[in-house]
Design a protein around this ligand. Sequence first.
Ligand code: NAD
Length: 255
Amino acid sequence: MSVTAVTGSASGIGAAVCEKLRAAGHTVIGIDRHQAEVNADLSSPEGRANAAEQVIKLANGKLDGLVCCAGLGVTAPSSSLVVSVNYFGSTELIELLQPALAKGEQPAITVIGSVAASQQVADPHPIIELMLNNDEPAARALADELGQPQIAYSASKYALTVHCRRLAVKTGSTGVRINLVAPGAIETPLHEASKQDPRFGEAVRNFVAPIGRNGQPSEIADAVSFLQSAQASFVHGSIIYVDGGMDAMMRSGKF
Ligand code: NAD
């Protein structure tokens, strides 16, 4: 039976992923700030080390899957927190858990990106290079100086996507597959908070996918469940857009 760790397990997409994977027979180790098998704060190096240590202990040193869902949106308390949780909260945890994953059965990692990442493709913000260079203090400082959480958000998701795709190339021979799911607007507490925000609410409410509705967390969990299964054994370094056609709408000729 697969043992899979899931970050952001207490809410929204992460909670739906846990439910779906449990139904598919996985033993799930949820990681969140509260209400999880592993209660840990992924916004700091100490919190990530603590999370990895607890997961490795619960999994007896051998992990078959990791799904990184924990994240903050544009209503986060600060832009630096967005950078730390969304980018480093996934990339550092992946690094810390790689040895346990390399011992797993058909091991796989799925990371939740976002359609928002493509906002950075044409002209990537300098903060992205700081993240990719693993310089958390400098990336945090620039994010707060900028004071634009929507840029911190799209930049964190773009950097995360680039990092994971590079990792797919670098570590493919270890047998640990890694892929991303890029959701569009999904009805979760994070999305609801964005819709209510006086700065971004109107734009978020008006941004409707071609399919004519927002998605449900279970629709993201279905894609994650596939990527974590043996049916996806040759899918590696890929991005699956689960967005009701948003990416197709924004850049049909660029992919
Ligand atoms: P959510 O707020 O419902 O869930 C996020 C979870 O992450 C929460 O349980 C929260 O406690 C956890 N988390 C936040 N900071 C943490 C920390 N420091 N340490 C540990 N856990 C922490 O949000 P969601 O919409 O389910 O978001 C899940 C992921 O999906 C995020 O990465 C988000 O960026 C991404 N995403 C969401 C949407 C959307 O429309 N909902 C769209 C694109 C991408």
